[in-house]
Design a protein around this ligand. Structure first.
Ligand code: UDX
Length: 450
């Protein structure tokens, strides 16, 4: 079986690599000639653990190839997966121009039955637009070719994408014909052998499932962050509260870690897009509006704490940031809290030094020479006034605290991911601030109990 994946971005590359890994012949298409040239040389444009090795292995086996020639790829394929970007418009709605351009290209080139599957996260109702676009092109050609459309949203997490694809919790597929269902069952069979279910449904429900899933997860995070902030004010410990509520299986202990707000390519964009979709239907998604508002404020939490610590004057102070990506195991900085924090710190006149195990090159695109970059996490601390942890990279979890204390002018740590123990921090002599826990430093300087 041969399939085409259009869009060699994050989702497209992982999808293409994983389908080829189980023996399916995959052609990955992208309009970016440079990207395709690099991929053909084995140079993968994104950092994702295990992806490069998988791509190289399958290229060598002849099952995975890369091209800009969409026409020939589509002609030879039984299924075409659309996984191009859907960037947010100015008003927050997803921009469908790339998805629909691919749909039209499919209509221009298919000669036999083809299943056209939307994998990009698209607003409810997009698959019908895809179907119409394909049909319009077929009509222009005055040919009759059978095709189906399907919606197959992707739930993979960056940093764990390969595992998520190979061993998915579930596969959601929206479609409207038995032929399409047969084809999708065949394609996904290798991934369902361990009992992971494929959930077939109508197309609109599949499209909605993706937004509902990401919105629910984003809601969990904003909820726990809101409760964490209150914990700090009343003197409760969010770590204990989190464990206390998480052991109720209806709540669950996953995805309720407080922090400095969710980032990434999905949650912020998808929450905005579903709010937008709802408003188009005159429905006010009140909960998600609050989720978004809490998240925007949460991204400023560490900045606010730093400001308070230095009595609202950080002009000329040097702040070191450990971790710039929106989460560990990725160099992705889209909607990362670091973007907002750096902007505010610079605005207030601070000097910013940064270390990240992977994201430095990416960070340079965002910050240029407005901040300084370090290849060593300790070197960054020399003569600095405080340290802020923005991403919970494993290598930050047990640092050489004595060296940290010695290098910093002021022994202050602002931990946006709650990776340290407050008692240990106190013993080591740090002024320690984290999220949702009243530390001794917090008690003295911030948010006193009234
Ligand atoms: C997410 C979804 O998990 C995935 O199913 C979907 O397909 C795409 O969006 P991803 O963006 O890769 O995946 O990141 P994820 O690991 O879900 O984390 C998202 C954000 O939430 C990160 O900024 C992370 O730091 C934050 N987060 C996550 C928390 O603050 N607390 C948590 O408990 C979990």
């Amino acid at each position: 079986m041969k399939i085409t994946i259009v869009g060699s971005g994050y989702v497209g590359l992982v999808t293409g690599a994983c389908f080829s890994e189980v023996g399916i012949e995959v052609v990955c298409v992208d309009i970016d000639q440079n990207k395709i040239n690099n991929l053909n040389k084995g140079i993968v444009p994104i950092y994702e653990p295990g992806l490069e090795a998988m791509i190289l292995r399958n290229m060598q086996k002849g099952r995975l190839s890369f091209t800009t020639n969409l026409a020939s790829a589509v002609k030879e394929s039984e299924a075409v997966f659309i996984s191009v970007g859907t960037p947010p418009d100015e008003d927050g709605s997803a921009d469908l121009k790339y998805v629909l351009a691919v749909a039209r290209d499919c209509g221009k080139h298919i000669d036999d039955y083809t299943l056209i599957v939307t994998k990009s996260t698209v607003p409810v109702g997009t698959s019908i637009k895809v179907k119409n676009a394909v049909q319009e092109e077929l009509d222009k050609r005055q040919v009759k070719v059978d095709f189906d459309v399907a919606s197959n949203p992707e739930f993979l997490k960056e940093g764990a994408a390969i595992n998520d694809f190979l061993k998915p919790d579930r596969i959601v597929i929206g479609l409207e014909s038995p032929r399409a269902e047969e084809l999708m069952k065949t394609l996904y069979k290798p991934f369902t052998l361990n009992g992971h279910p494929v959930i077939f449904m109508d197309i609109v429900s599949a499209e909605m499932t993706k937004y509902a899933a990401n919105s629910m997860l984003a809601t969990k995070i904003s909820f726990i962050n809101d409760i964490a902030n209150l914990c700090e004010i009343v003197g409760a410990d969010i770590n204990k509260v989190r464990k206390g509520i998480g052991s109720d299986s209806r709540i669950g202990n996953k995805f309720i870690y407080p922090g400095i707000g969710y980032g990434g390519s999905c949650f912020p964009k998808d929450v905005q897009a579903i709010i937008r979709t709802a408003s188009e239907y005159n429905y006010d998604l009140r909960v998600l509006k609050a989720v978004e508002a809490v998240n925007n404020e949460q991204k400023l939490l560490l900045y606010n704490k730093i400001m308070q610590y230095f009595n609202n004057d950080i002009k000329g102070k040097t702040v070191v940031l450990w971790g710039l990506s929106f989460k560990p195991q990725t160099d992705d900085m889209r909607e990362a809290p670091s973007l907002k924090i750096v902007e505010k710190l610079l605005e207030a006149g601070a000097l910013v030094k940064a270390y990240d195990p992977i994201a430095i090159n990416e960070a340079k695109h965002h910050f240029g020479d407005t901040i300084s970059y370090y290849e060593d996490q300790y070197e960054a601390l020399i003569d600095a006034d405080c340290l802020a942890i923005l991403t919970e990279w494993p290598e930050f979890k047990i640092p050489k605290f004595k060296i940290v204390a010695k290098l910093l002018n002021k022994p202050a740590i602002f931990d946006g991911r709650n990776i340290y123990d407050k008692e240990e921090m106190k013993e080591l002599g740090f002024d320690y601030f984290c999220v949702g826990i009243k530390t001794s430093a917090n008690i003295n300087k911030l948010a006193p109990i009234s």
